[in-house]
Design a protein around this ligand. Structure first.
Ligand SMILES: Cc1cc2nc3c(=O)[nH]c(=O)nc-3n(C[C@H](O)[C@H](O)[C@H](O)COP(=O)(O)OP(=O)(O)OC[C@H]3O[C@@H](n4cnc5c(N)ncnc54)[C@H](O)[C@@H]3O)c2cc1C
Length: 240
């Protein structure tokens, strides 16, 4: 809109990023509308959209842009728990995007937004789900207007253990320890990792080294909510 010649690289086949996964759990219709709106803007605005193309140093040299805005998102943190590399252990994102299959008894490690939404999604599909959270309560990162509804729905669908740490994973169980140092074993044919996201900024060093104007936005700066990513994007758009 300000007259820049803009090229957008997306390494996946379609636009939407993590929103494509965020809209899969139940009751995400509003987010789905936002994802569709943002994607549609890329159809009607004069932006060169290059889906299925990773932004690499070769692309940087090829286009020779004046500025690079990095919006490369985030990835799952994998906690250093013994057994976390087992075949029955997958991430919440893999579950929601359909790339991982999940058996009948499930432990979700992490009771933030992503963990509890994935737990509800699986419970609705007939899985017996236990969420294990090290903090005193779950869904602490969910806004007050959504949190109440989410927690009341979960009450009848999912078992929750708070103030509890996962200490080990086997092919059939998860071992936990609570604040009082009590240990327990929970049956789990599948284990879902949802302990948080971390920044993914693979190209940062190369772009910085090239001396071009560089702005990082969204969850590649700080994994968070979509409105924060959009506000970052707006600020970058009026700055560059
Ligand atoms: C299960 C789940 C539920 C969520 N629910 C909500 C919610 O209810 N409300 C809310 O506000 N937020 C929610 N979020 C968070 C929301 O999805 C993020 O805040 C938002 O997607 C961040 O946008 P982004 O553009 O910064 O990063 P992303 O959406 O992660 O997009 C980054 C994109 O960059 C691409 N990419 C990375 N490297 C390269 C490269 N070298 N070349 C080309 N492309 C590259 C990736 O493929 C990806 O498409 C949820 C997230 C998850 C996982």
């Amino acid at each position: 809109l300000r007259g820049h010649d803009v090229t957008l690289f997306e390494k996946e086949a379609e636009l939407g990023g993590m929103l494509n996964v965020a809209v899969i759990p139940p009751h995400k219709e509003e987010l789905n509308n936002l994802r569709d709106y943002l994607t549609y803007q890329m159809e009607i605005l004069p932006v060169h959209v290059r889906c299925g193309e990773e932004f690499t140093t070769e692309k940087l040299d090829e286009l020779n842009p004046d500025a690079v805005i990095m919006a490369s998102g985030s990835k799952h943190i994998i906690p250093p728990i013994p057994g976390v590399d087992g075949e029955n252990v997958v991430t919440a994102i893999d579950v929601l995007n359909g790339s991982a299959s999940v058996k009948d008894t499930v432990v979700v490690i992490g009771g933030g937004l992503i963990g509890v939404e994935t737990a509800e999604y699986l419970a609705d599909r007939g899985r017996k789900v236990t969420v294990v959270e090290m903090l005193p309560s779950i869904a602490q990162d969910v806004g007050p207007s959504n949190r109440w509804g989410l927690l009341s729905r979960l009450r009848n669908k999912v078992s929750v253990m708070t103030d509890t740490l996962v200490t080990g994973i086997t092919e059939t169980a998860v071992f936990v320890r609570d604040k009082a140092e009590r240990q327990a074993e929970i049956e789990a044919e599948s284990v879902i990792i949802a302990v948080g996201l971390c920044q993914q900024r693979g190209m940062e060093d190369a772009v910085r080294a090239s001396g071009r104007e560089y702005i990082a936005i969204g969850s590649c700066c700080e994994p968070g909510q979509i409105f924060e990513a959009m506000a970052d994007g707006f600020s970058a758009g009026i700055r560059v």
